[in-house]
Design a protein around this ligand. Structure first.
Ligand code: PMT
Length: 394
């Protein structure tokens, strides 16, 4: 099973009273779409903003609001949960939890729960900065609870500052991080992602369709599984995962330099980047005139994988092979020629696979043979790739 999968994981979600309560609805929807089981407990003040019915409909489960209506729910619910998430977490609940006050479903459930706790504060920036609140947050952190820090931006009160509850995606990432075995801990991973741009003149370049999604999924999964991650990235619009050291490059020459510079102590190099194979041979430092056209002469770009596989103390190398058809033979050839440890084949002409999709269909090829996988999320593919790596490195 995908180690970061939320399938059948039981999240006990505590909702407390602030305007950010509406974001809890999106959080539940996202958790459910990842097949997590969600049960919601609410404080009294949160019910002033949104009714339990909304969360009941979204979670498909009864919502618990009061300690007396279902006796012992504050014991039985935490017992069956894998994770306790408080989102939004008000200054009030943070204070209560930090000092052991247990007078509602949320605070009682917190005390009865044994397992990972995540809380996502949401409040006015001055409240968030207040030393008392910060002291209480520190108490919770020291107890092992994980804060998903609020974001900076316009706040519900009309002021600007740090206090907006983290977006659902960041909370889900923290959830997955908590539930994932850290089997890559202690490893230094270098992921190279995205396209390169090879300039014809200062305003024009040749490139390719890579969005960076495959490489960014590898970086995200490696972080979640405990690795130290550097991400060398060509120009893309996807957000890098939190915690990765990101080195931005444009051209294949810059990508090669960045890889060389960040290779020290690296255990695994994953080359998911679509390096443009050709570089214009006669770059013009001024914009070329369009009249009359011109013939573009191209030379091969530097081969980054070969440059790394040639060095004496080289890392484990995972390459990718993007082919237009079921051309496993070509991938096998690249595996040998470039000196990789294994190669991930993807046929970029298949529906839902290859460039700029959220899914991919991969085959992992090594000296022992070919392992084919069905179409799945790029995150799922990344999990499989690291599982292969772990099997190889043992
Ligand atoms: O970014 P996405 O939109 O998510 O798309 C993902 C992807 C299709 C780009 C990715 O899954 C993928 O297949 N990446 C490799 C694309 C590629 O360049 O394949 P290739 O068969 O041409 O190259 C083989 C290997 O050599 C690759 O690991 C490549 O990074 C590397 N290479 C290629 C050229 C070069 N000059 N130097 C290299 O190191």
């Amino acid at each position: 099973m995908n180690p970061s999968s939320l399938k059948n994981r039981h999240v006990l979600l505590a909702v407390t009273g602030g305007i950010a309560v509406y974001k809890a609805a999106e959080l539940i929807r996202r958790l459910r779409s990842e097949e997590a089981e969600v049960t919601v407990v609410m404080t009294e003040s949160s019910q002033r903003f949104i009714t339990p019915l909304t969360f009941e409909s979204l979670s498909g489960n009864k919502v618990y609001t009061d300690i007396f209506s279902v006796p012992m729910a504050h014991i039985t619910l935490p017992e069956s949960a894998d994770l306790f998430v408080i989102a939004p977490a008000t200054a009030n609940i943070i204070g209560k939890l930090a000092s052991g006050i247990a007078d509602d479903m949320v605070a009682l459930s917190f005390l009865a729960f044994r397992g990972p706790v995540i809380f996502a504060p949401a409040m006015n920036w001055r409240m968030y900065e207040h030393p008392v609140l910060q002291r209480n947050i520190k108490t919770l952190r020291d107890l092992g609870c994980q804060e998903v820090e609020p974001e900076e931006g316009e706040l519900a009160c009309g002021e600007y500052g740090v206090g907006r509850m983290a977006e659902a995606g960041r909370i889900i990432e923290a959830v997955k991080g908590c539930l994932t075995k850290k089997d890559l801990a202690g490893l230094k991973v270098l992921v190279v992602a995205g396209p390169t741009r090879e300039y014809i003149d200062p305003v024009r370049f040749i490139s390719n369709r890579s969005s960076g999604k495959m490489g960014y999924a590898l970086a995200g999964v490696a972080l979640r599984r405990g690795a130290d991650v550097t991400l060398v990235s060509g120009p893309v619009s996807v957000e890098p995962p939190l915690g990765a050291r990101v080195v931005r490059v444009e051209t294949s020459d810059e990508m090669l330099e960045a890889v060389k510079k960040n290779l020290g102590g690296v255990d695994v190099l994953l080359m998911a980047a679509a390096v443009a194979d050709f570089v214009p041979d006669d770059y013009s430092p001024v914009k070329r005139e369009k009249e009359g056209g011109f013939t573009l002469k191209l030379r091969p770009s530097p081969d980054i994988v070969k440059a790394v596989s040639g060095i004496r103390k080289r890392p484990f190398i995972v390459g990718f092979s993007a082919e237009t058809g079921p051309n496993i033979a070509k991938a096998k050839k690249k595996l040998g020629e470039k000196g990789m440890d294994f190669i991930v084949f993807n046929d970029v002409t298949l529906e839902g696979a290859g460039f700029d999709t959220d899914t991919n269909k991969i085959s992992v090829i090594d000296e022992d043979g070919v392992a084919d996988y069905p179409l799945m999320s790029k995150e799922g593919c990344a999990e499989i790739i690291f599982d292969h790596y772990l099997r190889h490195s043992r």
